[in-house]
Design a protein around this ligand. Structure first.
Ligand code: PMP
Length: 351
């Protein structure tokens, strides 16, 4: 039977691309959770529909507009941001729309995304961080950004790690959208943590509507964000390949205690779930989306969701930045991540 999908987004013209940040779709997952033995209704919040392609566009917009409003920055100033990539893209995009703002950003390992934003004007520099565990080392991307802020005239680090507009973008934006889109029928939220702005803001924004909403976070093995700290101890500073989540210090904006359940996630399962989101749900996501699914699966294994539960999972970005990485079988094989092991519950056939 042929089915015609009816679009639900009203066709209106926008004044600028920054109006296409936020109000991302919430889409039901129809195969993957079912095949993993998860009975709850699971919705995915598709953050790759933001203008710059990730959840970080939201904080870029809010950090810049609040800094403008307060008079901290003016056109022509230089913005510097240490970032693994997505915040840099967001800042470059918002800066481009707003005229003369320039952006510099310093990704530790992301050449593909760096090339992607260069046409938008930022002068980009690449600072590999060979000394894991020492992100605040002077030659790390954070150390270099801090030095440049002092050296360059009218330069500012808006600093996603400390800036309250990072979690606020999610408390006032993402969380409210989810509350509205689920009509308040939500029992749990799942997201990965990098700076922690997403999970902290979501928790604050949703728990003020309903304190019983459970907040579940993913933190990769090798990172130290999870609580209790014993969760992190077995594999401290072990390198991992999933990008955008996990740190070797606790960012100021992360409220670790507001998370009800932390789960440690592996590269192998994360990439496998991302590939399954693509193959089975048609969602062209990046690797940290798979980590969020891994946390969902572990949460369900520990305490089964019921069929009446509604769970929302944040999918932060798209496959765009990873075409030569986990999307590529050869890359997975070269990194000993392919073929991915299939967790026991995934053997059931998709509906
Ligand atoms: N996934 C990806 C791909 C990201 O770039 C980020 C941002 N570092 C996150 C997840 C986590 O978001 P947050 O910084 O808000 O914790």
């Amino acid at each position: 039977m042929s089915v015609t999908t009816q679009p639900v987004i009203p066709p209106v013209a926008l004044d600028s691309i920054t109006q296409h940040i936020g109000n991302t779709p919430l889409v039901r997952l129809n195969r993957l959770p079912q095949s993993l033995g998860i009975e709850a209704t699971v919705y995915a919040k598709l953050e790759f529909f933001n203008a710059g392609g990730s959840v970080k566009d939201r904080i870029a917009l809010r950090m810049i507009e609040e800094a403008e409003r307060s008079g901290r920055i003016k056109p022509g100033d230089t913005l510097i941001e240490p970032t693994s990539g997505n915040t840099g893209i967001g800042l470059a995009l918002v800066g481009a729309v707003k005229g003369k703002l320039q952006n510099h950003y310093y990704p530790p390992r992301e050449d593909v995304r760096r090339k992607g934003v260069r046409p938008a004007g930022p002068q980009c520099d690449h600072h590999p961080n060979p000394q894991r565990g020492r992100l605040r080392f002077p030659e790390s991307h954070i150390g270099v950004a801090r030095r440049l802020e002092k050296e360059l005239p009218n330069a500012h680090i808006l600093d996603q790690y400390c800036n309250l507009n990072n979690p606020l973008a999610h408390e006032l934006g993402t969380a409210q959208e989810i509350w509205t889109q689920t009509k308040g029928e939500i029992n749990a939220i799942v997201a990965g943590a990098g700076t922690g702005g997403t999970i902290t803001g979501l928790a604050r924004g949703l728990k003020k509507h309903n304190a019983n909403i459970e907040v579940i976070a993913a933190d990769p093995f090798g990172s130290i964000l999870a609580l209790p700290p014993t969760l992190n101890e077995s594999r401290v500073n072990e390198p991992y390949k999933v990008e955008g989540i996990g740190y070797d210090f606790i960012p100021d904006v992360l409220d670790q205690k507001i998370v009800d359940r932390w789960y440690k996630t592996e590269d192998r399962e994360s990439f496998q779930y991302s590939r399954r989101l693509i193959a089975e749900e048609g969602l062209l996501v990046g690797g940290s989306s798979g980590s969020a699914i891994a946390a969902l699966v572990k949460a369900n294994q520990e305490k089964k969701f019921s069929k009446d539960d509604v769970v929302v999972v944040i999918l932060p970005d798209s496959i765009r930045s990873y075409l030569t990485k986990f999307a590529d079988d050869d890359w997975l094989a070269a990194n000993d991540l392919f073929p991915a092991a299939v967790p026991a519950e995934t053997n059931a056939q998709a509906q």
